[in-house]
Design a protein around this ligand. Structure first.
Ligand code: DI6
Ligand code: FE
Length: 411
């Protein structure tokens, strides 16, 4: 261990008397350290391990936090959200309760397009104000990193506005935000009969402008009958790669479009949803190192019955992440803990898989595997301190928040 306690003492912080769930290895049990401690300097972890290995001088410092034997996990990561939007779709929910399907509502001019209208009409300030309560709900559950997509603007000005709001979230609140440009979410009304023309706009104008402004960390798309063909998505992916932006994809959500394999072919960080993904799609993802993001909130809310091929992901060693997909149409969910519970109850993930899914694997799905997602030296000091005895309680409860304290980059 290489901690010296006399240099830069003010930037050092210590948490002791903690049961650490480090997530440091792929072993079952997640590298539990029974009487553990974490030391951070300048917002990064310099030590995470048995308290017995800490120098006594560190333990006796005034700014040491005694965790009282509580469970400490990495801060949680929501690696798939459409958090920035205006309005709601409660009426559409009622229509669906009366028997309409998600696709029927979308084809009848509701669906994503109704949120597009609301986003276009909202000012940037209004959009931010409507988004913050959703972010606060996630932060209150120990979320320290969140991915936020655009995709409800669908023209340059409004996609930019959404991505600027996504970036602003990270200065309004102590949380790390990554943003994804989802221009290829659906066809805006003005291009209804010209999907290829809209993809031209995405590829030739929107993407280059957004990349030049540094507004996006990744590029996402929606490959689906009600959205874009795999050929159209490939055009977007090629343009993204030419701009050195990593890609990810809403793949095989409502039908098998072979889009998980498409994502894998482009070395996507993640392919998400995946209810209709085939075994060969899972294998392609394994070979490409593409993370499978489970979104059980959407599965539940649209009463989908087909489950993602979890066994194939396990068999091929595809890392599985779990996220909220927080959005007004198919997953009005602002609880990562409930998403974890649903991943277990609806998809059959184990407790260990759910916890890794909202930490280590979620970090990897964002290309942040070196920065966060585990309690290991070099990572951001992002911690969630829980009032629970065992890790299983984080997954088992529904609608109860046992967070004691959240630490973001050491604070
Ligand atoms: N799949 C989804 O579940 C969301 N977007 C997507 O591509 C739905 C977005 C919405 O209905 O507003
Ligand atoms: Fe989504």
């Amino acid at each position: 261990m290489t901690i010296s306690d006399d240099r830069q003492p003010d930037t050092l912080r210590v948490w002791r008397n903690a049961r650490l769930v480090t997530l440091a290895t792929d072993q079952p049990g997640h590298g539990i350290v029974e009487r553990g401690a974490v030391v951070a300097r300048d917002g990064r972890i310099v030590f995470a391990g048995p308290e017995a290995e800490l120098p006594a001088t560190l333990v006796n410092r005034a700014d040491v936090t005694d965790c009282g034997g509580r469970l400490v996990t990495p801060g949680l990561i929501d690696c798939h959200s459409h958090l920035v939007y205006a309005g709601d779709r409660a009426h559409e929910f009622e229509l669906r309760l009366a028997g309409a399907t998600y696709e029927e509502v979308a084809r009848a001019g509701g669906g994503i397009v109704s949120t597009v209208k609301a986003v276009r009409a909202a000012s940037e300030t209004d959009l931010l104000e409507q988004t913050l309560p959703r972010l606060d709900a996630l932060i209150a559950e120990g979320v320290t990193t969140i991915e936020v997509k655009s995709g409800y603007g669908l023209d340059l000005e409004n996609e930019r506005k959404s991505l600027r709001v996504a970036r602003q979230l990270g200065s309004e609140r102590p949380v790390s935000v990554t943003s994804s440009f989802l221009g290829a979410h659906t066809v805006p009304p003005e291009y209804r009969d010209d999907k290829d023309g809209y993809i031209d706009l995405v590829v030739n104008e929107m993407l280059p402008a957004i990349a030049a402004e540094g507004l996006a960390d990744a590029v996402d798309g929606f490959a689906e009958r009600i959205a874009f063909s795999t050929e159209q998505i490939e055009r977007v992916f090629r343009a993204a790669q030419a701009l050195n932006l990593p890609v990810k994809l809403h793949a095989d959500q409502l039908s098998d479009t072979n889009s998980a394999a498409l994502a894998a072919r482009y070395g996507a960080l993640s392919a998400d949803h995946l209810e209709y993904t085939s075994k060969s799609g899972a294998k392609a993802m394994a070979e490409a190192g593409t993370v499978a993001v489970m979104l059980p909130g959407a599965f539940y809310f649209i009463r989908e019955t087909r489950k993602p091929p979890i066994d194939a992901f396990r068999q091929h060693g595809v890392p599985m992440a779990v996220a909220t997909d927080s959005n007004p149409g198919t997953s009005p969910l602002t609880s990562i803990l409930l998403a974890m519970n649903m991943a277990a109850t609806l998809f059959g993930l184990t407790v260990d898989e759910c916890i890794a899914g909202a930490t280590r694997h979620a970090a990897r799905a964002l290309g942040l595997g070196d920065a966060t997602g585990t309690l290991e030296p070099g990572k951001w000091a992002d911690l969630a301190i829980w009032d629970v005895e065992q890790a299983a309680e984080l997954v088992y409860r529904m609608g109860f928040n046992p967070l004691h304290q959240r630490v973001w980059r050491g604070q």
